[in-house]
Design a protein around this ligand. Structure first.
Ligand code: 13P
Ligand code: SF4
Length: 370
């Protein structure tokens, strides 16, 4: 996690935890009405229903940050998502806007798999094997502001799960080798879609001596994948897909590209949370889908598409435990604190990091089709 400033973070009052759900709902509504257009509540697709019903805007991580920044009249952006999303919103926010994360413990295990020092060490390792400017660094949106800043400082870019291919197209026009951070799977799936053979990819393990790669392996690779993953999406398997196909002939399987290459290869379709929602929503009545992503989104899709059968790919509950930390007691506390004129859990990316990270985000935004 990059440097964050939390004002009064310790004062979350346990009395909110004892309030009945109806009282919390009512208090959240009242606080929002009092704040009016000064505050905007953002809800990522993986948030639980009790939060989504209070969100002014729902979307994927990138859309939410963009929408928040576009609402310049909103002084307070209450981000119901995880830490890297709130950071990205702060990077894109205008002067005078503040971003709040209702529970500071809502991190992302994938984003935490790459820290600034480890990435600097990786870069030195690549330079020692392949010389100056050994690769173009590209980082997934799911990374800390420090990592985005690293990419900005080395001519690289951010990407999201919906525009990773366009970003690769640009990146390979700049340099012959890409270093993709921090999700091995999204990096590999995008590489395959882009036409890079698997044997021209190498995995850099930050926990292994010398990254687990020889100089020759580094020089031979066109794509170097950081060894990071999402604990939610890595759980999906090809066996789960085969089991559902046997039970429901004609079922269509759609998964998020944070799943392994084998799972993406076995599915009919894959895409970002926004794409998954669009494909399922636009499908004809009677369609049968198996969806490989976070459970809250899948349950909402099933509820909003009652004429279709929508199944989760995995039998046992598979939710993002850090997203789940955002609950009505914390949302109520943040909003009521704002009503009292006392912002809490403010996420502030330091100015220098912000400038460099913004350069990487702007590079992505300037690409045609990205
Ligand atoms: P999206 O960018 O598709 O919203 O995904 C975010 C995420 O955390 C997926 O695990
Ligand atoms: Fe991070 Fe995975 Fe949760 Fe997405 S689902 S926020 S990648 S841990």
């Amino acid at each position: 996690m990059s440097d964050l400033m939390s004002i009064d973070a310790a004062s979350f009052s346990a009395r909110y935890l004892r309030m009945p759900p109806e009282e919390l709902d009512e208090r959240i509504r009242r606080a929002k009405a009092t704040l009016g257009s000064r505050a905007v509540v953002l809800g990522h697709h993986y948030q639980r229903e009790e939060i989504i019903r209070h969100a002014d805007i729902t979307g994927d991580s990138f859309k939410l940050s963009q929408m928040a920044a576009a609402r310049r009249e909103a002084l307070y952006i209450v981000f119901c998502g995880v830490h890297f999303m709130a950071e990205s919103a702060d990077i894109l926010a205008g002067p005078g806007q503040s971003v709040m994360l209702p529970d500071l413990k809502a991190g992302c295990s994938m984003a935490d798999m790459a820290d600034g020092d480890q990435v600097e060490e990786c870069w030195s390792r690549l330079e020692s094997a392949a010389g100056r400017d050994p690769a173009l660094p590209v980082t997934y949106m799911n990374s800390s502001a420090d990592i985005k800043a690293f990419c900005g400082d080395h001519g690289g870019s951010v990407c999201t799960s919906s525009n990773a291919c366009e970003v690769y197209r640009w990146a390979y026009g700049e340099r012959p080798r890409v270093l993709f951070l921090p999700d091995e799977h999204l990096g590999r799936n995008t590489g395959v879609a882009f036409g890079i053979p698997l044997d021209e990819m190498a995995v850099y393990d930050p926990l292994a001596p010398r990254g687990g790669l020889s100089d020759e392996e580094i020089r031979r690779a066109r794509l170097i994948l950081w060894k990071g993953h999402c604990s939610v999406h890595q759980r999906f398997t090809v066996q789960q897909i085969e089991r559902l196909r046997a039970l429901h002939p004609g079922i269509r399987v759609i998964v998020h590209p944070e799943c392994t290459h084998e799972v993406v290869g076995a599915a009919e379709e894959y895409g970002s949370t926004e794409r998954i929602i669009r494909r399922v929503t636009e499908s004809p009545d009677g369609s049968v889908w198996a969806v490989g992503t976070e459970i809250n989104l899948v349950m909402r899709l099933a509820a909003t598409n009652p004429t279709k059968t929508i199944l989760h790919l995995e039998d046992c509950v598979c939710f993002c435990s850090t997203m789940y930390r955002i609950d009505p007691p914390h949302l109520c506390w943040v909003l009521e604190s704002l009503v009292e004129g006392r912002p809490v859990n403010v996420i502030r990316v330091p100015a220098e990091t912000k400038r460099s990270a913004r350069a990487a985000l702007d590079r992505m935004l300037s690409l045609p089709g990205a």
